[in-house]
Design a protein around this ligand. Structure first.
Ligand code: BGC
Length: 733
């Protein structure tokens, strides 16, 4: 079997020797000259200062900035604030080097979009690029130059609260979303007023924390790392990301923040990443807590040797680096390389030419009408219709009465979602408000909260039951509070928090049909809902236009088109659960001694790639351009998708592949392509995908990307579970 190296998908981007991403090569030369010139005039302390980042601003910080001992601040925002602080750096420090202001702009700055897990469910990279451009525009106008996003960690364990911040379980989709977000944040020219520097995080495998417990360790094979967890980072680097953040986690015994294998070898040497790396919050200091560094001096050395260029809130570089250089423990050349990378970013942003922002622009840009409209569009494209028995949805115009029930129905804070930057509750259109706006004057809309999200009191149930009893339909809005998702929000139970499940069951007793709206930052285990209520809409934490977006879908003004990017488990006991599993020697059958649970099916409640529409799509005419291809060859696979229903709609067409026998056993299915088509009723479109080494290969036992001869299966389908199936052969050379 002769391996074939993939020439396309894993192409290495050599950034240092040619132009930097986000800038023309002529500019790169000029920037390098300016960096060298500046560097030659800096004292050791000033150099170290560029690698120091603190959160917030106070008098102590002001003094440090004046002395050139700070390179970056996070969590300082707003044109007025940032200008005031920037003035100290530019006008009162010896060399006048501007500060870099960073912030977690995770799903919008002030115009808050749905959480990233939701927008990934749109399967629409262009949409994602568009919303990140808006986020960047608002942030930049407010003096922020750099976002700590996108989070591109693959997450296969919904106990982990940070699953909300990423694109879900799949490396192919994750890579597409990573690149789309980087393009949106940075654009073609990061110096432009619409753009900021992106930061790929958390390098790497942070999402695989054992037990789904945040900050926990990770132990995984190099193949899983390269095949599953690294691809989104690689795609983000190839898309030109100018910075990256190291993770908190231990990876195979070595903290991610001092991991010379993943950073120096893979990221810097193999991929040629020339951008700068920031530690996560005190993750340099945590090298000591991990038992990897003996003390602060040791931690500083280990992190700098791993080319961690900036120490976020650790104060370790600030206190240790100059001495380490003076004592010849760390070379000044190594320090200079880090300083160069940070300064280069500041030049690329244009900060040396124009360090300030304009308050008028900030006012004009924040919550601009088109930004708010984009938030509504993103929210409705992110929601996933999980169930719609008897076509309960969409509502007809003449629906008589609707009871809106549940602790998240009229909630302006939690629906913003975790990490909502400068989003404000008063900007939020709640579900109740959205429904009231949309309902016809003849429709009665009643409301009862019923319970809180997390509390145990049931005294609101009676009112909820009463309004449900008198309505044609009950919309029950349940889910998670924002603080129950995101960082440090791991859970051992995946059901609805508090007494929300009991609330729904009480409403169910009335016999009024229920539409369950789930507003969560993770897949919840909702088997009872799946079995007992006719309609379920997974609405995530949908951002400031959530209520309007929900109303758009409920009345069919917009046809649902989102599809899951993460498997929904039946119970927490199935976790981790993902579609691209390996097959065991004993696949599940009715036999006792096979790979299965005694008390649950193996399958998820709702699979990856799944989502309903108000129309129906029929797939046909699967055509493969060849029966056999050479290992380095390509072929096309196509199918026709027809809208067979009565309304227009968008469908996410998915391509999956399986290599049946290989020198390293391959998963039962892997996503290798997707596209979204919009079809009018009766309209059909042929969708074509190309398969080549990038799609058919894998990392072999020597970590080489190979395509091995043998039989393959291919599916074009509407979820990871269903589709048209074909087969072909990769022949020997
Ligand atoms: C998080 C990062 C975040 C940083 C700055 C850390 O606790 O892990 O994702 O960017 O804080 O807010």
């Amino acid at each position: 079997m002769r391996p074939c190296r993939d020439p396309s998908r894993f192409a290495i981007v050599l950034l240092l020797s040619c132009s930097l991403p986000g800038t023309a090569s002529s500019q790169t030369g000029a920037i390098d000259q300016r960096v060298d010139d500046l560097l030659s005039r800096m004292t050791l302390e000033e150099k170290v200062g560029q690698l120091v980042q603190y959160s917030g601003f106070n008098e102590e910080r002001a003094a440090a900035i004046r002395e050139g001992r700070v390179g970056s601040l996070l969590n300082v925002t707003g044109a007025e604030n940032t200008n005031r602080v920037q003035r100290i750096a530019v006008e009162e420090s010896r060399l006048g080097i501007p500060l870099l202001f960073g912030l977690d702009v995770i799903h919008g700055y002030r115009t808050i979009f749905p959480i990233p897990l939701a927008t990934a469910s749109s399967w629409d990279p262009e949409l994602v690029t568009a919303i990140e451009t808006i986020a960047a525009r608002e942030a930049r106008a407010s003096g922020v130059h750099w976002t700590f996003a996108p989070m591109v960690d693959i997450a296969r364990d919904p106990r982990w609260g940070r699953i909300a911040e990423g694109a879900g379980e799949d490396p192919y989709l994750g890579a597409a979303m990573a690149a789309a977000r980087v393009r949106g944040f940075q654009g073609d020219d990061v110096a432009s007023p619409d753009h900021i520097i992106a930061c790929l995080k958390h390098y790497v495998a942070y999402g695989a924390a054992v037990g789904g417990r945040d900050y926990n360790s990770v132990d995984m094979s190099e193949r899983s790392l390269r095949g599953i967890y690294l691809p989104p980072f690689k795609a983000g680097v190839a898309a030109g990301a100018l910075s990256l953040m190291s993770g908190f986690n231990l990876l195979n015994g070595v903290p991610a923040t001092a991991n010379t294998f993943t950073i120096n070898r893979v990221l810097r040497d193999e991929w040629g990443f020339a951008g700068f790396i920031v530690s996560d919050w005190n993750s340099v200091g945590e090298l000591i807590s991990h038992g990897y560094a003996a003390d602060a001096r040791d931690a500083a050395r280990l992190a700098l040797e791993a080319t961690i260029d900036m120490d976020m809130m650790g104060d370790i570089y600030a206190r240790q680096l100059a001495d380490l250089v003076r004592d010849n423990v760390v070379s000044e050349t190594l320090l200079d390389e880090s300083v160069r990378r940070v300064l280069r970013a500041k030049f690329m942003l244009g900060l040396f030419d124009d360090p300030y922002v304009d308050r008028g622009t900030e006012t004009a840009v924040i919550l601009r009408d088109d930004h708010v409209a984009a938030a509504r569009d993103a929210a409705r494209k992110s929601m996933v219709l999980l169930k719609n028995d008897g076509a309960l949805l969409p509502f007809s115009e003449d629906i008589g009465s609707i009871a809106v029930i549940g602790p998240l129905a009229d909630n302006q804070t939690d629906l913003l979602g975790s990490w909502h930057a400068r989003g404000r509750p008063e900007d939020m259109v709640t579900v109740l408000a959205g429904i009231r706006r949309r309902a016809a004057p003849t429709t009665t809309v009643t409301y009862a909260r019923g319970s809180t999200v997390t509390g145990v009191e049931t005294d609101g149930f009676a009112e909820a039951v009463e309004v449900a009893r008198n309505a044609d339909v009950a919309i029950v809005v349940v889910g998670e509070r924002e603080f129950e998702t995101g960082e440090a929000a791991s859970r051992t139970r995946l059901g609805l928090p508090g007494v929300q499940q009991d609330l729904i069951e009480a409403v169910h007793q009335t016999g009024t049909p229920i539409v369950a709206l789930i507003m969560s930052g993770r897949p919840l285990a909702i088997p009872w809902l799946a079995a007992n209520v006719p309609a379920i809409l997974q609405a995530w934490h949908p951002g400031i236009q959530g209520g309007n977006a929900v109303a758009d879908l409920l009345w069919g003004d917009f046809n649902p088109s989102g599809k899951l990017t993460v498997s929904f488990p039946r119970s927490v006991g199935q976790v981790p659960i993902y579609y691209s599993r390996d097959i065991t020697g004993r696949p599940p059958t009715n036999e006792r001694y096979t790979s299965k649970y005694l008390d649950s099916p193996n399958t998820p409640l709702y699979p990856f790639g799944y989502g309903l529409s108000y129309t129906t799509f029929e797939y046909g005419d699967l055509v493969l351009s060849a029966d056999t291809i050479a290992p380095g060859g390509t072929m096309t696979v196509s199918a026709t998708v027809r809208n067979t229903g009565d309304v227009a709609g968008a469908e996410v067409v998915q391509l999956y592949v399986r290599d049946l026998v290989a020198s390293v056993v391959r998963p039962v299915k892997e996503l290798e392509g997707f596209t979204k088509v919009f079809l009018e009723p009766g309209e059909a479109q042929t969708v074509q995908f190309t398969l080549g080494p990038g799609e058919l290969g894998f990392y072999d036992r020597d970590m080489q990307w190979v395509v091995e001869p043998g039989d393959f299966k291919v599916w074009i389908g509407w979820s990871s579970d269903e589709g048209l199936e074909g087969s072909f052969v990769v022949g020997a050379d």
